[in-house]
Design a protein around this ligand. Sequence first.
Ligand code: HEC
Length: 153
Amino acid sequence: MIFKYNMNIIKYFFIIISITIISFPASSDLSVEEIIKGRKALFSKNYSTAKKVQAFSSKGDFNKAKSLMIEMSENYKVLVEYFPENTKEGFKTEALPIIWKKKDEFNNLMEKSSKDMIQLTKVIDTTDDIRGTLQKFMWGNCKACHSKFRAPH
Ligand code: HEC
């Protein structure tokens, strides 16, 4: 009886430990190097995805274009988490210090970029100006952010 009771305690102990480990966000375990390199890789990926969005949209292949738009929208949500206070310098980051001085403005731009990609899925197949629409809802946001928050090069 006592033995059985102890086994249950041990079982619950392990369940709680596992839940704690699983529920911690992955980014809290990442080093500064992993975060900076990780965000650079994500931005590069978004760039190549954006070029594909442009190509598929121009060809009228809207289904493929739309699924990539959603992918970009999701990537922006991840990117917001990749600028913690301790990643201001090192590992060739081009992120400018103003990001952390105006964190709300920066995060809002990221959120706007994410929402605009969803908006883009709704308008891309009805517009008669594909280039202008991509400019407005996709490329314009890259430029708006880079011109203020990323080092010129
Ligand atoms: C809200 C801000 C923001 C938006 C929107 C944004 N970027 Fe960036 N981007 C940055 C910042 C900040 C960096 C610098 C990251 C670093 O070096 O740590 C960056 C870096 C990059 C890089 C360089 C990655 C590397 O390997 O160093 C590329 C490429 C890039 N962005 C492409 C894009 C494209 C394309 C878009 C739009 C489709 C876009 N970005 C939208 C803020 C933004």
